[in-house]
Design a binder for this molecule. Structure first.
Ligand SMILES: Cc1cc2nc3c(=O)[nH]c(=O)nc-3n(C[C@H](O)[C@H](O)[C@H](O)COP(=O)(O)O)c2cc1C
Length: 388
C-alpha cells in the first residue's frame, strides 16, 4: 500500500498509541488516555467489545465488500466516524483540522466538539460544511442561538447534544498534572514539553491552543479553576426534556443525543423527536461505576432500533471491534482516542492513515465473515454459546 497513505510501521491503534506517547508531553497524553476514578469503566468498554466472537463464513460466493452506510440521508464510505474531543490542539497542534479534513476527503462523519481548538467556521472552510457539531448546552438562550446559527450557516446539518456531562468526571491523572488552559508552565510541565521537540515546534507554528469556537464569549488565559467556573456559568451540562424540546424546535437539521445508556433516557430521546442516539459513556471519563457501552447498546437495541438511529462509541480500537459493534446492532460507531493517537503519532498524515487502517481491517473482517455490505453484518454472526 502507498506509504504516504498508510505507514506500514503503524498497522494498529496500539502502535499509534506507543508512537504518540513518545511525541506528546505527558500531561497532554494522560489527558487523552485517562478515565474517571479507577478507570474500570474505561477498561470495560474495550474488554467487553473484545469478548464478542464472530463466526466466519467461508464456503460462500462473495463478489466484493462495500461498507458504505447511509446516515441521515447521506451515504458515507464507512460505518465509522471521528468522535468529538475537547482540547485536541493540546494533544497535537492543529489536530481537529487534520482530522476534519481527512474525514471529508475519505467521506466519513467528523464530529466537532464545542470545546475543541478549531472553530466551527475554520472546520467548515475545509469541509464544505460537512461536519456534525457537538453542543454543550449553553445556559443562556442568546449564546445557544448564536452557536446554533453559526453551525447552521456553516453548513452543518447534524447536531449532537451531549447528555453525559452534567458535571466533569474526576480524572486523577488530570488533577495530578494540574491541567489548565493554556498549559500551566510549572517546572514539571516545561520539562515534559522540552522532551517533545516536534510538539513544541508545531505549537509554535499553530500558536497556543484555545477554545476557538468559544473564544469570542470568554475571558482570556483561564486556569483549571477559572475554566471550570466559566464552563459551569456558561453551560448547563445537565439536560432535561424542556431543554431538549426547545433544541428540537430550534434546530432544523437532524438531532442526535450523545451519552444515552439507559431506557429512561432513550424513551425521552424518542419523546422529544430526536433522530438518533450515540450510546456513549464519554469514553469512560464520567461514571466509573457505569456499564460498558456495548452492554448498554445490546439492552437498548430491541426496543429502540426501529425508532432511533442507534450508534455507539467507547473502547473501539480496530476494524474488528467495529465489526463486533455492527454485528451487535450499531448502525455506525465512533472512535475518539484511536484517531488522536493517529495524529499524535503521525501529525498531518495521521487522519488519513487511521481511516485507511480501520478501513482495511474492517474490510478484511467482513470478507472473513462473508459480508458484502454492513446490512449483512448481523447478530447471527455472533457466537452465542461460548463458555456455557
Ligand atoms: C480527551 C477526551 C476529550 C473528550 N472531549 C469530548 C467533548 O468535548 N465532547 C464530547 O461529546 N465527547 C468528548 N469525549 C468523548 C468522546 O467523544 C468519545 O465518547 C470517547 O472518546 C469514545 O471512546 P474511545 O476514546 O474509547 O474511542 C472526549 C474523550 C476524550 C478521550
Amino acid at each position: 500500500m502507498n506509504k504516504g497513505l498508510f505507514d506500514t510501521r503503524y498497522p494498529s491503534s496500539q502502535d499509534l498509541r506507543e508512537k504518540a506517547k513518545r511525541r506528546v508531553p505527558k500531561f497532554a497524553f494522560e489527558y487523552l488516555i485517562g478515565g474517571a476514578g479507577e478507570e474500570r469503566n474505561l477498561k470495560k468498554n474495550h474488554e467487553d467489545i473484545q469478548r464478542i466472537e464472530l463466526m466466519p463464513q467461508y464456503i460462500k460466493k462473495l463478489d466484493s465488500v462495500d461498507h458504505a452506510v447511509e446516515l441521515f440521508g447521506k451515504t458515507y464510505n464507512a460505518p465509522f466516524g471521528i468522535a468529538p474531543i475537547g482540547l485536541q490542539g493540546l494533544i497535537w497542534p492543529n489536530s481537529p483540522m487534520v482530522l476534519a479534513k481527512a474525514a471529508f476527503q475519505k467521506n466519513i462523519p467528523f464530529i466537532l466538539s464545542t470545546v475543541t481548538t478549531s472553530s466551527i467556521e475554520d472546520v467548515a472552510s475545509i469541509t464544505e460544511g460537512n461536519f456534525w457539531f457537538q453542543l454543550y448546552h449553553p445556559a443562556e438562550e442568546k449564546l445557544k442561538k448564536d452557536m446554533l446559527d453559526r453551525a447552521w450557516e456553516s453548513g452543518c446539518r447534524v447536531l449532537v447534544a451531549l447528555a453525559d456531562t452534567p458535571s466533569f468526571g474526576i480524572r486523577y491523572k488530570d488533577i495530578k498534572n494540574g491541567l489548565s488552559m493554556p498549559p500551566k508552565l510549572s517546572l514539571k510541565n516545561i520539562l515534559q514539553i522540552t522532551g517533545k521537540p516536534n510538539w513544541a515546534l508545531q505549537t509554535l507554528v499553530y500558536g497556543q491552543p484555545n477554545f476557538a469556537t468559544l473564544k469570542s464569549y470568554m475571558p482570556k488565559n483561564l486556569n483549571l479553576g477559572q475554566l471550570g467556573k466559566f464552563m459551569n456559568d456558561t453551560f448547563n451540562g445537565r439536560l432535561d426534556e424542556e431543554k431538549l424540546k426547545a433544541l428540537r424546535g430550534q434546530w432544523k437539521g437532524k438531532l442526535i443525543i450523545k451519552g444515552v445508556v439507559n431506557e429512561v433516557d432513550a424513551e425521552k430521546a424518542v419523546a422529544i423527536g430526536a433522530d438518533g442516539v450515540i450510546v456513549s459513556n464519554h469514553g469512560g471519563r464520567q461514571l466509573d461505576a457505569g456499564e460498558s457501552t456495548i452492554h448498554s447498546l445490546s439492552r437498548l437495541l430491541e426496543k429502540y432500533e426501529n425508532k432511533l438511529t442507534m450508534m455507539m462509541d467507547g473502547g473501539i480500537e480496530s476494524g474488528t471491534d467495529i465489526a463486533r459493534c455492527l454485528a451487535t446492532g450499531a448502525k455506525a460507531c465512533f472512535l475518539g482516542r484511536t484517531f488522536m493517537y493517529g495524529v499524535g503519532a503521525l501529525g498531518k498524515k495521521g487522519g488519513i492513515h487511521t481511516i485507511n487502517m480501520l478501513d482495511m481491517q474492517l474490510r478484511q473482517v467482513m470478507d472473513q465473515l462473508g459480508c458484502e455490505s454492513t446490512d449483512e453484518l448481523t447478530r447471527d454472526l455472533i457466537v452465542q454459546d461460548w463458555g456455557k
